[in-house]
Design a protein around this ligand. Structure first.
Ligand code: HEC
Ligand code: HEC
Ligand code: HEC
Ligand code: HEC
Length: 267
């Protein structure tokens, strides 16, 4: 009978051990923690950010399923603090991917490749998915809500900022950086790219980057002493891993005791 089948399905659902992003605010589909106000058209999770085919390739981010638009941001250096001694690059790298939602300018369901057959130029012209009555702005609120950073990033921790005032580059991958107010970064060549990170003691060894280390992002600098060379930069995902469920604000490590800050800043 129908009731019995329903009960079995509920049990199967409850028994499935789903960890990680499933349990977070980054599950924007109908199975997410905010299901009532999320997008109802799919139970997929990754699709709101990644696509297996045809992603936006204008920045170095993995298979991005949303339009990346680096234009129109105000960056931290425009605040004019006299203590900032690192160069800030235009918005790019992984930060432009986070901001494709967190600046509040694009609907949550505005993706390049919807679930199912076909790519969707259509979705962009309509601002919504096929079969969806209206665009879903999701849970990113108006600019007065702090999760919506807006385009003015002068009141946010600097991003696109050189680590330790520069000093790390291919010629000198082990540093130290010019600015000794920072702890030393580790470095390694992975594939054809040199990467840097700052070790935390949370888990894993020190020889490799773990997701609980502070990741630095390799960008070719356009200004400063090492202009033209790949160097480490602090971006949104230096402090946050958008997939983890062990800290509610997606932080790579527990922020108690300001451990996040003290990993980089020698204070
Ligand atoms: C809310 C957006 C978002 C969602 C949803 C999301 N990702 Fe990601 N993902 C990102 C971002 C941003 C990066 C780049 C992060 C970085 O450079 O460390 C990334 C990087 C990755 C990477 C490469 C780096 C790594 O951590 O291994 C893989 C693989 C990946 N995602 C898989 C997935 C899968 C599988 C899903 C669905 C279960 C998923 N992601 C859902 C935003 C998302
Ligand atoms: C597909 C859109 C999307 C992308 C891309 C995305 N986010 Fe989110 N993010 C959300 C939504 C929606 C929420 C839930 C907002 C709410 O509930 O107010 C959220 C929540 C968060 C929160 C927790 C906010 C809180 O107050 O609990 C953090 C932190 C966060 N995102 C950081 C990031 C970072 C860093 C990146 C890139 C690495 C990223 N997000 C990429 C949509 C996105
Ligand atoms: C230097 C580290 C660092 C960087 C870089 C960083 N964040 Fe955060 N972010 C944090 C910490 C720490 C918190 C937790 C603040 C709290 O507990 O209120 C946080 C909180 C948030 C929140 C939740 C809002 C809140 O404060 O309650 C969002 C959304 C968010 N970050 C998005 C981003 C995005 C998008 C970027 C890039 C534009 C970014 N972050 C860059 C450290 C960082
Ligand atoms: C991944 C490394 C990293 C982490 C983690 C980090 N920072 Fe930073 N922070 C930097 C870099 C690099 C700069 C650029 C400063 C410079 O070179 O002068 C910076 C700049 C700043 C500034 C601005 C300095 C100025 O002169 O205007 C403040 C304030 C600051 N960080 C506070 C924090 C706090 C608070 C936290 C924890 C929530 C934190 N940072 C986490 C790397 C980091």
């Amino acid at each position: 009978m129908a009731g019995g089948v329903g009960a079995v399905l509920v049990l199967i659902g409850a028994g499935a051990a789903l960890a990680g992003i499933f349990n977070t605010k980054h599950n924007l589909g109908s199975s997410g923690v905010n299901a009532a106000s999320n997008f109802s058209g799919t139970e997929e999770i990754c699709v709101f950010c990644h696509t297996p085919h045809g992603g936006d390739s204008t920045a170095a981010v993995p298979l991005w399923n949303r339009h990346l638009d680096p234009a129109g941001y105000q960056t931290y250096d425009q605040r004019g603090t006299t203590t900032l001694d690192a160069n800030i690059e235009p918005i790019g790298s992984v930060s432009v991917a986070c901001l494709s939602c967190h600046d509040g300018t694009q609907a949550m369901d505005s993706v390049i490749n919807e679930p199912g057959s076909g790519a969707d130029v259509w979705a962009f012209s309509q601002g919504r998915w096929r079969g969806q009555a209206a665009a879903v702005s999701g849970r990113i609120g108006p600019v007065t809500v702090i999760t919506n950073l807006g385009k003015d990033l002068t009141n946010d921790h600097p991003i696109g900022v050189q680590f330790a005032g520069g000093g790390y580059a291919e010629a000198n991958p082990a540093g130290p950086g010019r600015d000794r107010d920072f702890h030393a970064a580790e470095s390694k060549v992975v594939g054809s790219t040199r990467i840097w990170w700052v070790n935390t003691s949370t888990e894993g060894g020190t020889a490799d980057f773990e997701k609980s280390d502070m990741k630095l992002y390799t960008r070719v600098a356009t200004r400063g002493a090492y202009a033209g060379e790949p160097q480490p930069f602090v971006e949104c995902a230096s402090c946050h891993d958008p997939h983890v469920d062990y800290n509610p604000t997606f932080l790579r490590i527990n922020p108690a005791g300001s451990n996040v800050c003290l990993t980089c800043h020698n204070k």
